[in-house]
Design a binder for this molecule. Structure first.
Ligand SMILES: *Cc1c(COP(=O)(O)O)cnc(C)c1O
Length: 390
């Protein structure tokens, strides 16, 4: 088979996108204008909520969303250890602490039961970080949970749990724009949600993100927080709270708007790409392929992460795939084992055994909207060849 180089991801940039950015650039209005408002309206419509507040990154969106909901110094937020590091960093950025709950290998997020058990232990005062630092029993405030790899988490059970326990529920939907479950859109579960538009996401603005919410007050607060703490009177020099400059530009928003107008087609293409991998790799013994959960109405594929057969040396697979020109990544790497978290909280391998098991087997294969059938065949063939050697 002829050898190819297949990148891990790649944004789809069309002539329309270029034209939209150039038009914004020539409009004379390159910050804080109609493109941002249009982009926000489009995002709110996709999420099926009243408000979207566009900002400079998904991380910025998560950060202001937490502040707007009153998460602050000393608070405790339960979250997943199996995510991109930003979903936990933002908790620390507010002065709160993340408490990780091990994942269910089926959904790749914490099960509602595991969350419930951790909440009970925490409230009994029986929870400590491995470093020995106690977790404050009376400061539990929120659950921040993630739509992993674009597939919807079990939000019905999470919502019931949050309600029972009197906790805020927040959605990191940075990987799941356009994904749907329980008759609703990802991003709309909980009090607020966040999207992200880095170039490997379903749509991109280069850098960018957005908070989505049905809550007028939270939306207004987020709008103020991304704009230097200004109030909505519009007075340029009135700063009513500590704020940030997390704004996006008109150029960025114009690109986002143009991309968003193609979202249904983009997601359809990504579903085809995922289905083709399913057909090519479905018979490989021991290989676990990603698949939408039973409650998913419509998946929005972000990445294609397989779990290798148990007896295979994963790092050898990664190396041999790279040698064949197939870009790949061991994604996610566990958050608690990142040096910063390990040092601060004392985490080591073994503290989250289910996450460890999954993390030791995961490989992200090349996955993007314009991935060709030929490239996919090459990736699938390369993976099967490599599995025989590793
Ligand atoms: C992409 C992503 C983010 C935000 O990323 P930015 O690079 O800041 O836009 C947050 N959480 C998860 C799970 C993500 O995948």
């Amino acid at each position: 088979m002829e050898s190819l180089r297949v990148p891990l991801s790649g944004a789809q940039i069309m002539e329309d996108d270029v034209d939209a950015v150039v038009r914004a650039l020539k409009s004379g209005r390159i910050a804080m204008g109609p493109e941002i408002r249009g982009f926000e309206e489009g995002l709110a419509a996709v999420a099926g909520v009243r408000h979207a507040v566009a900002c400079s990154s998904g991380t910025a969106a998560l950060h202001v969303m937490l502040i707007a909901l009153g998460v602050g110094p000393g608070d405790v937020v339960l979250t997943t250890p199996f995510s991109f590091v930003a979903s936990s960093n933002v908790i620390l950025m507010t002065g709160a602490v993340p408490v990780f709950v091990d994942i269910d290998p089926g959904t790749l997020g914490p099960s509602p039961e595991a969350l419930r058990q951790t909440i009970a232990a925490l409230r009994r005062g029986a929870l400590r970080f491995p470093s020995g630092e106690p977790v404050a029993p009376d400061r539990l405030k929120a659950l921040l949970l993630v739509d992993v790899f674009g597939l919807p988490a079990p939000w019905d059970a999470y919502e019931a749990l949050a309600q029972e326990e009197g906790l805020l529920l927040l959605e990191d939907s940075c990987e799941a724009l356009g994904s749907r479950a329980f008759g609703r859109a990802c991003g709309s579960f909980g009090r607020a949600g966040a999207f992200a538009f880095y170039p490997n996401k379903q749509i991109t603005t280069g850098e960018g993100g957005a908070v989505v919410t049905d809550d007028d007050e939270i939306a207004a607060l987020c709008r103020s927080l991304v704009n230097q703490g200004r109030d909505d009177s519009g007075a340029w020099l009135a700063h009513v709270r500590l704020g940030y400059n997390y704004r996006i530009s008109e150029l960025t928003a114009a690109l986002g708007r143009s991309q968003l107008s193609r979202l249904p087609a983009i997601l359809e293409r990504r579903r085809e790409v995922a289905a083709r991998y399913g057909a090519l790799l479905g018979n490989v013994k021991g290989l676990v392929l990603p698949s939408p959960p039973s409650w998913c109405d419509l998946p929005s594929w972000f990445v294609y992460v397989v779990q290798l057969p148990e007896d295979v040396r994963r790092d050898e697979v990664l190396r041999l795939l790279s040698l064949r020109g197939v870009e790949n990544r061991a994604y996610f790497t566990p958050i608690p084992l990142q040096p910063f978290y390990a040092e601060r909280f004392g985490y080591r391998r073994g503290h989250f055994p289910e996450m460890d098991r999954v993390c030791a087997r995961v490989v992200a294969l090349p996955f993007f909207t314009d991935l060709s059938a030929e490239e996919q065949t090459y990736v699938a063939q390369s993976l099967q060849d490599v599995l025989r050697l590793a």
